[in-house]
Design a protein around this ligand. Structure first.
Ligand code: SAH
Length: 368
């Protein structure tokens, strides 16, 4: 067995780790010790795990690994935001961003190398899609960021929130994210509450319905347009799951979470989706529902044809929603100077598959 083939214990849910230990002839409670060393202490060497007897430490070193991602580059913004480019394979890189705020620290993680959904205004889409990340690679981002951030002021737990708002469409990698979320929520993993883990989706309806039953973490939905004609253009998955179907899945999701709000993300594109009429239509969709709106000032990237709405237009849009009792905030742009803001994560995507979702949808439409 080569080193690369040894199972990586990072990102392995507790039950899987327990069965792994049982296969080695060990007691399942050893999983507690291992998880505590891996996640609370950030260790990657079995030799340092002092409450585990030497024979077992040696055995684990022979047949398992604790392998975090490798840092290709690290940047820090003037506002304290940090971004890491992490190597996934020889040619691939994904990005992870840490956003410090007064009362919390949010880690924005990636779920795929690239993305296939082809949203018109997103830098990741331009990269195309290479592959899904494994649970180890998803949790590995938290493991690595925790190590890099170190024991900051207020204790070692500087990452209080995790959002799947980096590269990729998390619900298109359902099998990767569910075990990873398990480790995030596990007391012996990162012990985060369901309210502090947010899956952001462009609207993969069947997976939203599954997630409601299986994980029930906080949900953010990239709406970006109040009608199908415009959303078809901006977020091509809309041609498969139009707004009415998407919103139905949202209200179902909310009903499974004691009617906690769904966050609707809405990127502000100058002259495209930002008029008072758009705001009024959006308010009609969301009014009286468990919904809040996050307006995201568009972040530019090389080659984009969009520009951001002026601040006064964003304020007017917000005021129209608020006047109709739709809770709305404008997301503050963070890490713009290091290209770490929403939609700017490009990573390093090689050997991408030629077919992106938008292309497939075009093909499908021509047969219809
Ligand atoms: N695939 C997931 C995660 C994407 S990133 C999703 O679609 O929700 C998180 C948010 O950033 C999404 O709402 C996405 O639409 C938005 N976004 C993408 N490009 C952007 C850009 N250039 N400026 C601002 N927000 C952008």
């Amino acid at each position: 067995m080569t080193i690369a083939e040894k199972p990586n214990l990072i990102g392995m849910p507790r039950a899987a780790l327990e069965s792994f230990l049982v296969q080695l002839g060990q007691k399942p409670f050893r999983a507690r010790q291992l998880m505590s060393w891996i996640y609370s202490h950030g260790f990657d060497d079995f030799a340092d795990m002092t409450d585990i007897g030497r024979p077992l430490r040696d055995e684990l070193a022979r047949c398992a690994g604790i392998r975090g991602p490798e840092i290709l580059s690290a940047q820090e913004s003037a506002d304290g935001t940090r971004k890491w480019l992490l190597r996934m394979d020889a040619a691939q890189g994904i990005e992870t961003v840490f956003i410090p705020e007064a009362a919390r620290g949010t880690l924005c993680i990636s779920s795929q190398v690239g993305c296939a959904l082809d949203c018109a205004f997103c830098a990741t889409a331009q990269q195309g899609f290479n592959r899904n990340l494994t649970s180890a690679e998803i949790v590995g981002q938290i493991w690595l960021a925790s190590r890099e951030l170190g024991p900051g002021p207020g204790g070692s737990r500087r990452i209080t929130n995790v959002v799947f708002m980096g590269m990729g469409e998390p619900l298109a990698n359902y099998r990767g994210i569910v075990p990873a979320i398990g480790v995030m929520l596990d007391d012996l993993g990162y012990g985060l509450s369901r309210r502090r883990v947010t899956v952001s989706t462009s609207g993969l309806v069947p997976q939203m319905v599954r997630l409601a039953d299986e994980c029930n973490v906080a949900l953010a939905v990239s709406l970006h347009a109040p009608d199908d004609a415009l959303r078809d253009e901006l977020v091509p998955i809309n041609r498969r799951h139009p707004i009415a179907e998407l919103l139905e899945a949202c209200w179902h999701y909310a009903s499974r979470r004691n009617h906690r709000n769904i966050t609707f993300e809405y990127v502000m594109l100058d002259g495209v989706n930002d008029t008072p009429a758009h705001a009024q239509r959006l308010a009609r969709l969301l009014r009286g529902r468990p919904a809040k709106v996050n307006l995201i000032p568009f972040n530019a990237f090389p080659g984009t044809r969009f520009t951001c709405s002026p601040a006064a237009v964003i304020d007017r849009f917000r005021d129209i929603l608020m006047a109709r009792s739709v809770m709305t905030i404008t997301r503050r742009t963070r890490g713009d100077d290091i290209d770490a803001a929403c939609g700017q994560l490009a990573g390093r995507v090689q050997n991408r598959t030629r077919v992106r979702l938008g292309d497939r949808l075009h093909v499908g439409a021509s047969h219809a």
